[in-house]
Write a protein that binds this ligand. Structure first.
Ligand SMILES: Cc1cc2nc3c(=O)[nH]c(=O)nc-3n(C[C@H](O)[C@H](O)[C@H](O)COP(=O)(O)OP(=O)(O)OC[C@H]3O[C@@H](n4cnc5c(N)ncnc54)[C@H](O)[C@@H]3O)c2cc1C
Length: 551
């Protein structure tokens, strides 16, 4: 008899969901993670808790007309599937959109997850119908953000721990999968020195022992590669120029991607390794938790987006429109950073920060704070902290003074104050007309047609240089690593497929970011926002249920 029926590698969201489902089905489950217990839940705890749902009651209440057909068009237009190995990713995409339009909301609600009523419009795309982006708002924020999405699964796992069905082994790092005749039979690895570091912080890798564990089946839920810049650079997508010379990390160090290589060594197949989802709007965290810790600015559409030389980015690369298109443009400039140029009046309504710890009103479920700050257009304490202490945030009363500070921060003189003043004055002239032909002004006016944007995300159009709206603000933006879109190829049962082309590897499953959220890359080349947590829920659930069926 095996030491455990099901071994889950990774105690992030995907692993916890898989473990809870397998234990519900009566299996003895072991969950292993290289990090200490304090980091249970992995990235999901830090997440903003945005969930992609299609045609939800929240959307309907806001008069948003959505449908599975429209969502599928948006998904496939964004994904741009174009490879033979996109067979399972395509199938997963269809199954996932069905889940997001169907069972996902009620399944979560039954477990106690509720939603903030104002649906957000993330990743608008900005191209023609049928191309990249969400045609309608679909980003539903969990009331309580990432920790609230995680909570029911931690609770379910802990109940099984108390009942003796699940065993949690932290500081266990898998370095090898055991197999016999194309069947995975367990895992082996290192026991790491005990660690008392806080959640998300880098933990020591000193080895104090070894382990071997036999298992009826193994689920790999080890996350992506975003914390390992060497792997990100090695897999950098073709057509995106050279990888940026500097990047910051939007994920903890534990997102090291090494388990993907371990699974390949056991016969698994990683596909679409060059597909990633990084952000162009990262700022250096003034209070870092993990190495090179960056935070993503979630901006409304109004700030001017400038490259390192002070030129505006091309249409439709406005804030919140096309993350990866913007990354591609920035890397093509040869500089690893860009700038937002705006003013204090805009920052209040338009600047959000991604992450549970950056949104204490939503995370703490504080209606009063929400009403005063978000709905009142005020600068949140988290954004104010960046204005006060953030290395990338600069303010000044005049543009020449601001440009002086921008050049000093960048350590060059790439921005010409006169040229930038002309750019801003031309833009302001368009606002003054009350209509204007500038596509960003038109898009901003369009955004205000939607209640959620008008109320919470988009300032009334005004002149950037209006002294009453100042001081002026510039924010230096770095490329922030985050999600891995490719991963272990799996079929619709989350069974891992072999590199040898002979189909399933018996006893081996994969879920979450390690599986490209299902199939080895269900997002294709580009993702729609809020589909990653949901991808962990859906693929983790499938993997747990499938693994539980094996004898
Ligand atoms: C700040 C932030 C905001 C986000 N906001 C959103 C959002 O609003 N909406 C959304 O959909 N997504 C969001 N995401 C993305 C989402 O949170 C992640 O994609 C998702 O949580 C990944 O979960 P996972 O279980 O696949 O992997 P992880 O959470 O990375 O967990 C993997 C676990 O495996 C362990 N592990 C790795 N290798 C080994 C090994 N060899 N042996 C043992 N253990 C190992 C790691 O220590 C880790 O604990 C956000 C992410 C961040 C960081």
């Amino acid at each position: 008899m095996s030491d455990t029926d099901v071994l889950v590698i990774g105690a992030g969201l995907a692993g916890l969901v898989a473990a809870a489902e397998a234990a519900d089905a009566g299996r003895r489950v072991t969950v292993m993670d290289q990090e200490p217990a304090a980091s249970i839940g992995g990235q999901a705890w830090w997440s903003f808790g945005g969930l992609f749902l299609v045609n939800s009651p929240e959307q309907r209440r806001l008069r948003i007309r959505d449908s599975v057909e429209l969502a599928l068009d948006d998904w496939f237009g964004s994904a741009g599937f174009d490879r033979p190995e996109d067979h399972w990713p395509r199938e997963w995409a269809k199954a996932y959109v069905d889940f997001a339009a169907g069972e996902k909301r009620s399944w979560l609600r039954d477990q106690g997850v509720s939603l903030f009523p104002v649906v957000q419009w993330a990743e608008r795309g900005g191209y023609q119908a049928g191309e990249h982006g969400n045609s309608v708002p679909r980003f539903h924020i969990a009331w309580g953000t990432g920790p609230a999405v995680l909570k029911p699964f931690v609770r379910r796992v802990m109940e099984h721990v108390s009942a003796g069905r699940i065993r949690l082994l932290f500081r266990h790092r898998v370095t090898r999968l055991l197999s016999v005749d194309r069947r995975v039979t367990g895992a082996a690895g290192e026991i790491l020195v005990p660690s008392s570091v806080a959640r998300g912080a880098k933990s020591a890798r000193e080895v104090v022992g070894e382990f071997t564990l036999s298992a009826g089946s193994v689920i790999v839920a080890s996350g992506g590669i975003g914390g390992n810049h060497d792997l990100v650079r090695a897999n950098w997508p073709t057509g995106y120029g050279d990888p940026p010379s500097t990047m910051i990390s939007g994920v903890p160090d534990s997102t090291d991607g090494l388990m993907l290589g371990v699974t390949e060594a056991a016969g698994g197949r990683v596909i679409n390794g060059d597909r990633m989802w990084h952000y162009p709007e990262g700022v250096i965290n003034h209070s870092p938790v993990w190495p090179s810790h960056g935070i993503r600015v979630l901006s409304g559409p109004s700030p001017l987006w400038l490259d390192a030389t002070g030129s505006r980015l091309p249409t439709p690369l406005f804030p919140g429109f096309d993350s990866l298109g913007t990354v591609r443009h920035i890397t093509s400039t040869g500089y690893p950073y860009s700038w937002f140029l705006t003013n204090r009046r805009t920052i209040g309504p338009e600047f959000g920060l991604s992450g549970s710890e950056q949104n204490d009103d939503l995370t703490g479920r504080s209606v009063s704070k929400l009403l005063v700050e978000r709905f009142g257009g005020k600068i949140t304490p988290a954004v104010q902290a960046f204005l006060d202490k953030g290395a990338d945030f600069l303010t000044a009363d005049t543009l020449p003074e601001l440009v002086g500070k921008m050049n000093a921060l960048a350590g060059n003189d790439l921005i010409d104050a006169g040229a930038l003043e002309r750019t801003v004055r031309l833009r302001d002239g368009q606002v003054r007309t009350g209509l204007g032909k500038d596509p960003q002004i038109v898009a901003t006016a369009g955004a205000r047609n939607y209640f959620g944007d008008r109320r919470m995300r988009t300032v009334e159009p005004h002149e950037i240089l209006d002294p009453g709206s100042g001081p002026l603000v510039a924010v230096r933006l770095h490329i922030l690593t985050r999600k891995t879109l490719g991963g272990l190829e799996t079929d619709l049962c989350s069974a891992a497929l072999g590199r040898d082309g002979l189909g399933r590897i018996d006893g081996l499953f994969a879920a979450g970011e390690a599986a490209g959220f299902g199939g080895g890359g269900m997002h294709g080349h580009r993702a729609l926002e809020g589909t990653f947590l949901g991808g962990c829920l859906f693929s983790g659930r499938t993997a747990g249920r499938s693994a539980a069926l094996l004898d």
